[in-house]
Write a protein that binds this ligand. Structure first.
Ligand SMILES: C[S@@+](CC[C@H](N)C(=O)[O-])C[C@H]1O[C@@H](n2cnc3c(N)ncnc32)[C@H](O)[C@@H]1O
Length: 322
């Protein structure tokens, strides 16, 4: 088999270190000439004169190189493209070209590299991974990382805005020993507040489709859960002395979000976090307005915006807070 690797940079080096035996490489291709890893480096023009079964393009400039090689007469069905970290680019997601020449073992090694991008090296045992994290990877992995910082921080968990328990189940699973307070009407938004919602009737109607038993059925540790059904902040009455290590505030609308900030932030333990979902969501501008109102009254808060799907703001209570 005549197998060429286009590129002599990090992409090519990583390919040889992790997936492709150097003994199988006929030559590297680059304009630099000379030698790489004991193999000759030939020019693209010379490659075009040789018989070849496969060219693995291991370079960030994959698209540009592909055009160049095709212009030199190399057929597209001989080209397999890799980007950094060995992620195949869109052109050959199905790996068939590489499998035909290099076999299933090679393809499986590439697939492991692809998974590594979605599963950071620094986590020891994954509680959230694979398909579980795919709808909002940054949000869920940030939650997992934050939960790893809470061991010494006292307090319960809470969520205002539970809907069907999609996020609550992660709170419950990641911190199974903490009491989890769940606040929602469990029958959708307050009608008056929702009337002014920019997101439309479909959005409002969809959130009526939930129930307390339905939510409890998706939670791995329902015995740790306290349900507070009804309109917040009325449902927080009697909980004034509680303290919280981690709060998810996901009420979507301005007044409810503001009420949530006013109740939970002063009750956040030092070192605790409040995750304000939708802070940078242009479809729910009331969330940002509510936080601006809170800061206007109580002063600037310590907070980090995330680049997750809906722009969560992570608000922290410093360890040394008064
Ligand atoms: C976007 S959903 C929450 C989504 C949920 N966190 C998840 O992971 O799927 C917003 C929820 O907030 C609830 N909600 C908004 N304002 C509320 C209030 N004042 N009192 C109780 N529930 C409220 C709505 O009933 C709705 O279920």
């Amino acid at each position: 088999m005549e197998i060429y690797v286009y590129g002599t940079g990090c992409g090519a080096g990583e390919l040889i270190d992790t997936a492709l035996d150097i003994g199988r490489v006929t030559a590297f291709v680059d304009s630099s000439g000379g030698c790489f890893l004991g193999r000759p480096v030939i020019s693209p023009e010379e490659l075009a004169t040789r018989p070849c079964d496969l060219v693995i393009v291991a370079s960030r400039q994959a698209e540009e190189i592909g055009r160049k090689l095709e212009a030199l007469g190399i057929k597209p069905d001989k080209l397999f493209f890799l980007k950094n970290h060995l992620i195949p680019v869109d052109r050959n997601q199905n790996y068939d070209i590489a499998r035909d020449v290099l076999g299933d073992d090679f393809v499986e090694k590439l697939r492991q590299s692809e998974r590594l991008i979605r599963v950071p090296l620094w986590t020891e045992r994954e509680k959230i991974s694979g398909p579980d994290s795919e709808n909002d990877y940054v949000r869920l992995k940030t939650l997992e990382a934050i939960c790893g910082r809470l061991a010494e921080i006292p307090g319960d968990l809470a969520e205002l805005g539970v809907y069907r328990g999609g996020f609550a189940r992660w709170l419950n699973r990641l911190l199974p020993d903490r009491r989890l307070w769940l606040f929602d009407t469990f029958e959708g938004f307050d009608a008056d507040e929702a009337a002014g919602c920019a997101s439309g009737k479909g959005f409002v109607a969809a959130h009526q489709n939930t129930s307390v038993p339905g939510v409890l059925s998706v939670l791995p540790h329902p015995e740790m859960v306290q349900i507070r059904q009804g309109l917040f902040p009325g449902t927080a009455q009697g909980l004034e002395e509680e303290r919280f290590a981690l709060v998810s505030l996901d009420a979507d609308l301005e007044e409810s979000t503001f009420a949530g900030l006013c109740f939970f932030l002063p009750r956040l333990s030092c070192g605790g976090f409040l995750l304000l979902h939708d802070y940078n969501n242009p479809r729910l501008p009331g969330v940002k307005r509510a936080f601006a109102r809170y800061e206007e009254i109580h002063g600037r808060q310590t907070a980090v915006p995330l680049c997750d799907v809906n722009g969560t703001l992570v608000i922290m209570r410093p360890l040394t807070a008064p």
